[in-house]
Design a protein around this ligand. Structure first.
Ligand code: E4P
Length: 217
């Protein structure tokens, strides 16, 4: 499973990318607003930091305007993925992008039938928002499971990008049910490394090693 960061914080992205474990980055208008920086500049900087897919979201709502914005975003760098909302116009734009070889991430997906349409439109990625579904009393993971079944039934190549991830258990469950990618906030990425038994075990090993008086180098 690929791991993307859901962030526009270029300092944090640079730091986490240095682990070699970050495959791509997703952004959205809220994250751009949080950065307080011009969108085109931030996306260009992220594209330099991470060679993998970088999602940049259109702000238009008509397919004509989405296509114009998407082409501009795609021109920033070859690894830009144009993110479009899962609306009727968004899917028309997605099909247009697909016919021109422009990569797309269809976002704000909340149902399996929406995901089916995204695949039919030729989306590169579809982003089911699992945390926001959980917030409303649904099980976001059921949606990922349903999309996996539908895509496998018909051989759709659209990749399932589990989004709106809130904690480590979401990452584990998304991997178990077969999401292709998970996009996670930096804090959740940091949590993936942690386990109290690792800390406890390492503390004991270091103590015992120090007691030997030895040195490897
Ligand atoms: C994904 O592409 C979205 O940017 C993101 O995962 C949304 O997450 P949120 O529900 O925490 O805002």
């Amino acid at each position: 499973m690929q791991i993307f960061l859901d962030s526009t914080d270029t300092k944090i992205i640079a730091d986490l990318a240095s682990t070699g474990l970050v495959d791509g980055v997703t952004t959205n208008p809220t994250l751009i607003a949080k950065s307080g920086r011009p969108m085109l500049e931030v996306i260009a900087e992220i594209c330099d930091l991470v060679p993998g897919p970088i999602s940049a979201e259109v702000a238009a709502t008509t397919h004509e305007a989405m296509i114009a914005e998407g082409k501009k975003l795609a021109g920033i760098a070859p690894n830009v993925v144009v993110k479009v909302p899962l609306t009727r116009d968004g899917l028309i734009a997605t099909a247009a992008f697909a016919s021109e070889g422009i990569l797309t991430n269809v976002t704000l997906c909340f149902s399996a039938t929406q995901a089916l349409l995204a695949a039919k439109a030729g989306a590169t990625y579809v982003s089911p928002f699992i945390g926001r579904l959980d917030d409303y009393g649904f099980d976001g993971m059921d949606l990922i499971r349903d999309i996996r079944t539908i895509y496998d039934n018909y051989g759709y190549e659209t990749e399932i990008l589990a989004a709106s991830v809130r904690h480590v258990a979401h990452v584990k469950d998304a991997a178990i049910v077969g999401a292709d990618v998970v996009t996670i906030p930096p804090a959740t990425f940091a949590d993936l490394f942690k386990h109290p038994l690792t800390d406890k075990g390492l503390e004991q090993f270091l103590k015992d090693w120090a007691g030997t008086g030895q040195s490897i180098l």
